[in-house]
Design a protein around this ligand. Structure first.
Ligand code: FES
Length: 214
């Protein structure tokens, strides 16, 4: 008998090579895998030969192809459900934010700049209603000003004003928005930019609210 203190591999049960594999701990004999009566549950080995003609290793560890495919369908459904749940959660989050803003009344009025400090065709950046929301104010004409949140409605890259082209340009995926309305005009964005409501008092321009649009 081999000395197991020197060679641990010699501990293997010799019965492992018997036809019934009774020495292979934790493995059911091949006879346990009787063909199923259910058409969709019948496993066919890759070579199409009956189970008895398969090599011993395949008889001991048959791959249940129908079950394998079933798991893939189940994983796909799980993916779809999780994706839908994430999308729904995102929509709920936006709705909750809007509800919270409405419930808390008007947003604070915030001075942006003086009319006299902006030339026609120029743009200035500011944040509103808090420091996490970058916005752009553009002077379209001597009497016209527009302001929008600077986050692209595709994947939130910062848009760049291009007054000469009449658009806001998003460099991430070449999205474009109309400079006057904030509506998407090219590229992947489908929703308009969030508009900042302005009020001009005396010579000063104020942000007084935001207008979420879909
Ligand atoms: S993030 Fe603006 S086009 Fe994609």
């Amino acid at each position: 008998m081999a000395d197991i203190r020197r060679d641990p591999r010699s501990v293997v049960d010799p019965a492992i090579n018997s036809p019934a594999r009774e020495g292979l701990t934790g493995t059911a004999p091949a006879s346990l895998y009787a063909p199923s009566a259910e058409r969709e549950q019948i496993t066919i080995p890759p070579d199409g030969a009956p189970l008895e003609a398969q090599p011993a290793w395949r008889q001991d560890f048959p791959i249940d192809w129908p079950q394998d495919l079933y798991v893939e369908r189940r994983d796909f459904m799980k993916f779809m459900v999780l994706t839908s749940a994430a999308f729904t959660a995102g929509q709920c989050w936006i709705a909750a934010q809007n509800w919270y803003r409405r419930r808390n009344g008007q947003l604070a009025m915030q001075r942006i700049i003086s009319v006299d400090e902006m030339a026609v065709g120029s743009a200035v950046g500011f944040t509103y209603p808090d420091e996490h929301e970058p916005c752009l104010l553009v002077r379209l004409s001597p009497r016209e000003f527009v302001a929008f949140n600077q986050k692209c409605t595709h994947l939130s890259c910062a848009v760049v004003p291009r007054p000469a082209e009449g658009s806001f340009y998003c460099p991430c995926h070449e999205g474009r928005f109309d400079l006057r309305t904030g509506e998407p005009t090219a590229g992947p964005p489908r929703r308009p930019l969030t508009r900042v409501v302005l009020d001009i008092r005396g010579r000063d321009i104020y942000a007084v609210g935001i207008e979420e649009r879909v």
